[in-house]
Ligand binder design. Sequence first.
Ligand code: ATP
Ligand code: MG
Length: 382
Amino acid sequence: MFLKSLHLRQFRNYRDQVVNFVAPKTILVGDNAQGKSNLLEAVELLATLQSHRTSRDRDLVQDGSAESRITATLEHAMGTVDLAMTLRSSGRRSVAVNGQTLRRQLDFLGTLSAVEFSSLDLELVRGGPGYRRAWIDTLLVQLEPVYAHILQQYGLVLRQRNALLKQRHSKSVPAIGAPHRQTNAPDPMQLAAWDAQLAALGTRVIRRRARAINRIASLAEFWHREISNSSETLVVQYLPNVPLEQDDPAQIQQAFLSKIQQRAIAEQMQGTTLVGPHRDEIGFTINQTPARQYGSQGQQRTLVLALKLAELKLIEAVIGEPPLLLLDDVLAELDPKRQRKLLETIQDRFQTLITTTHLDSFDAQWLRSSHVLQVQEGRVEG
Ligand code: ATP
Ligand code: MG
């Protein structure tokens, strides 16, 4: 697929800017705080309906404006598509495809696909499990848009169940001098109803994560061997909170409910849900050592690069078209060898948008095959 143009209005620091993309690779160069990442963020929103920098639309709408509009023209195998998204500083967003406003935002997903790689992605290796869950979830949303709905429902049930546990939990702490009358066990009927929903939705999340991690693992392991010249062996593993023996929904749901039983006392004590995919982990080990403890920043970068290349290939295999690659400030930090490996892999098939503050650390091959745009104070010029 190829993003032909992007039009940003009242989006972040862009008042009204059209950007036309004319080459497979576009380098956006500019000083700090000029709007380079903002531009990639707009593309990310079109691909995933999410920004990894904020969950509040009012942060995205230009200060002093009520709404912001992102429109784009995308060429893909089925022809040309116009995408539009309106964000409001208060109120719901709306999305449209070819001028038709969609009733369900989910239907917007799956048209534009993108893999983003920014310096924040090093947190995939160094950070807590939440980063790794967010990573696989963002990928899944693009592979199977219905996953966005499942995840949202799971989150809702989780919050309700937590509220019930918390309410009882806090009531169980007696006021000073008051007799302790309340028991801290939540209403068993009510809790059982939430348990059932949590296990049913959680099972759908777990199965999809297991499938996606399985597929991405072998790709990432391959790319890691390629980049490290076979000197290191990466293993990517799904470590679900609910034990997963086979891909059988009834069995997973059963395991889910029995773990809830086992953890019932702990949940009441802590006033929060301790069982479920919101506690999943994804393990990365290199030569049998957890990657987090392993090696240098360079090695961690190699791992993240392998994960990103795997994402590109997996999306391409599932969607049937190469997704966009968004490289936010990372390319210049890769050594020439890794830059070349990346270049070899993406060739001209994956449209790539690259941000940087300076062009001097770019491999000459990159510069030759790229169109350079200057970004300054929310304006883009060729
Ligand atoms: P760096 O090289 O430091 O990463 P950048 O060019 O990627 O810089 P961006 O993150 O794209 O910078 O843009 C940051 C600028 O956008 C800041 O000046 C910030 O004040 C401005 N900005 C962010 N949100 C809004 C908003 N809602 N309204 C107006 N301006 C905003
Ligand atoms: Mg930036």
